[in-house]
Design a protein around this ligand. Structure first.
Ligand code: N01
Length: 545
């Protein structure tokens, strides 16, 4: 597929006002803001041959967004949101790709995107006050501003299991799925991983494969999505109510179009609590987490939700041994990113599906025939790794980014990511990191977090240009205070209690264990960012030039 236009670059260095890395939701909107609102010369550099970011790569069976379609979209253009027709409650990957391609065309963005262009390094030249960016093809481009729009979940994590190279069948990572798809008909498939991705893919692969073996290391909660088509009436209702929907998204903790109840879980009777959970289970979706105000901060409250879901698993899954493995969950509900599903637990009632507990009996190696655990050998034709990502820092650290005095980002972050507001790193002038570590990012409905960052960055650059400011950079003191605040708000929740969570970097061997996203809530974070800007960018050093 080549739905992009490649802009030729001469061998001489080309200069721009701003370079943006990545053409997903964030890169597209940032390009529109800087080019069409501020009149800057901008170039987006994108490794893929089309727009879409994470949605370009994640084409695995069942790939679908867990946010409601009407909220998982741009709010900046009233015309766009009125003309676009979502077809389902949760959009499937191809529908999101159609939407993002439509956005790229509607706002004439492609002419400033260079596709098939992987950025390998970005070095700041202090004397020239420029970023020098090189690509895998050896070209160099320069810009005053460098904006990373690389996404939080774009570095695939393929576990280093001995023997993979000798596997006689085919293997795939869900985040690097072949464009032509994979035909599982008649195949014995092994799926490793039971995060949101594995939980989405399991029922779809099981329906096609001869046999599916799911290798589960950490059992997980999941709540039914209750996906369904958007009726004409519901479409009309959403479109008429968009102002209120967007206002809710901007002011709620997780950027979703629903509010969190102010009831406490233990303030109601056991009967009422069960009835409320049952209603939320029937309604489906991430709203389950919003039934009570204290589910993410009080372990006793959380236990009630956790036990309700465990009970559901035991009632759905007919084989008691399988039900026991699936419901033996070691962390609070939603302390890891909560999956939602379509018939995930029901799928274990199929004759052609087996669950293997690889916590009890770890995977030892991959043989030419399949997967060998401590206690058994599983012959497979295909292995699917739904093993997640080197999240948040991985996409940034895969680029050789160097700031003042040649300091490498990898060095600055050797004990874990340190940012100011998740937007900038001390020592890296004029670098903006959209949805960077230390911002709400993955704890928020992503387009809401993205729009807030892009609009803040755009206003900041407009302010710099209006006031003749050449350079902006976070101070080390503001960074220290912010990192402390990020840790403090995370520790006030149950989120760090999931020891295998990718929020902590625990899924990647050797990665520093640091809670990366900002858990203080989107509304609070937005206010902090606005206050910083209003106080003449407090915590940043602005240099005229
Ligand atoms: O990845 P994960 P994901 N041996 O890291 C297991 C977003 N998303 O791709 O927990 C055996 O959550 C690992 O086990 P453990 C969403 O934000 C969004 O599923 O480390 N198992 C875990 O079970 C989500 O949270 C949507 O013990 C191994 C699984 O692999 C994020 O992407 C849809 C292993 C990885 O789970 C990531 O989700 C899907 C090993 N060596 C995803 N290594 C939508 O909204 C890892 N595992 C569309």
């Amino acid at each position: 597929m080549n739905d992009g236009v490649n802009v030729p670059v001469s061998s001489a260095t080309r200069g721009f006002d701003a370079l943006i890395i990545g053409a997903g939701f964030s890169g597209l909107y940032q390009l529109h803001c800087l080019r069409d609102r501020l009149g800057l010369s901008v170039q987006v550099l994108e490794a893929a041959d089309g727009v879409g970011g994470t949605w370009y790569w994640n084409r695995y069976p069942g790939a679908r967004c867990d946010s409601e379609s009407w909220s998982y979209s741009f709010s900046f253009s009233p015309e766009l949101q009125q003309e676009w027709e979502w077809t389902e409650r949760y959009p499937e990957q191809p529908e999101i790709m159609r939407y993002l391609n439509h956005v790229a065309d509607r706002f004439d963005l492609r002419r400033d995107i260079r596709f098939d262009t992987r950025v390998t390094s970005a070095h700041h030249d202090e004397a020239a006050n420029l970023w020098r960016v090189t690509t895998a093809a050896g070209e160099t481009l320069t810009a005053k501003f460098l904006i990373t729009a690389v996404g939080c979940l774009s570095s695939a994590n393929v576990p280093a299991i001995p023997g993979l190279e000798g596997f006689a069948g085919d293997w795939y990572h869900t985040g690097q799925w072949p464009h032509e798809g994979v035909d599982f008909t008649g195949k014995r498939v092994g799926l490793v991983g039971t995060g949101s991705t594995g939980i989405q893919a399991t029922p779809v692969i099981a329906a096609e494969a001869a046999h599916l073996t799911v290798f589960q290391r950490t059992a997980n909660y999941s709540v039914p999505a209750r996906n369904g088509p958007m009726t004409k009436e519901f479409q009309a209702q959403i479109k008429a109510g968009y102002d209120a929907i967007r206002a809710t998204c901007r002011t709620t903790t997780n950027g979703h179009p629903f509010t969190i109840s102010d009831r406490l879980a233990l303030s109601v009777s056991a009967e009422e609590r069960m009835a409320l959970y049952e209603q939320a289970w029937q309604d489906g979706g991430l709203q389950f987490r919003a039934v009570f105000a204290d589910l993410m901060v009080d372990r006793a409250a959380n236990d009630t939700a956790a036990e309700f879901i465990r009970g559901k698993i035991r009632s759905i899954v007919k084989d008691p041994a399988t039900a026991a493995k699936l419901s033996d969950i070691d962390h609070p509900y939603a302390a890891k990113r909560p999956p939602i599903d379509t018939d995930y637990f029901e799928t274990y009632n199929r004759d052609n599906v087996t669950l293997v507990d690889v916590r009890a009996s770890p995977i030892e190696r991959i043989t030419p025939q399949g997967i060998q655990t401590r206690d058994g050998a599983y012959d497979l034709d295909v292995i699917v790794f739904a093993t997640g990502f080197d999240a948040m820092t991985g996409p940034l650290l895969s680029i050789d980014i160097r700031g003042r005095d040649g300091i490498r980002l990898a060095q600055a972050w050797d004990a874990g990511p340190r940012t100011y507001l998740g937007l900038n790193v001390a020592g890296f002038p004029n670098l903006f990191t959209i949805t960077g570590p230390g911002s709400p990012s993955v704890l928020c409905n992503m387009p809401v977090a993205i729009e807030q960052h892009v609009e803040w960055i755009t206003a900041c650059i407009a302010h710099m240009r209006a006031d003749g400011i050449a350079r902006i950079e976070a101070t080390p003191e503001a960074t220290d205070t912010w990192v402390e605040h990020v840790n403090e708000v995370a520790n006030a929740t149950l989120l760090p209690q999931a020891s295998s969570s990718w929020y902590l970097g625990a899924n990647v061997p050797g990665k520093p264990l640091v809670f990366m996203p900002y858990a203080g809530g989107m509304a609070r974070y937005r206010q902090i960012c606005e206050d910083v800007a209003a106080k003449d960018y407090e915590g940043f050093v602005l240099t005229r030039g």
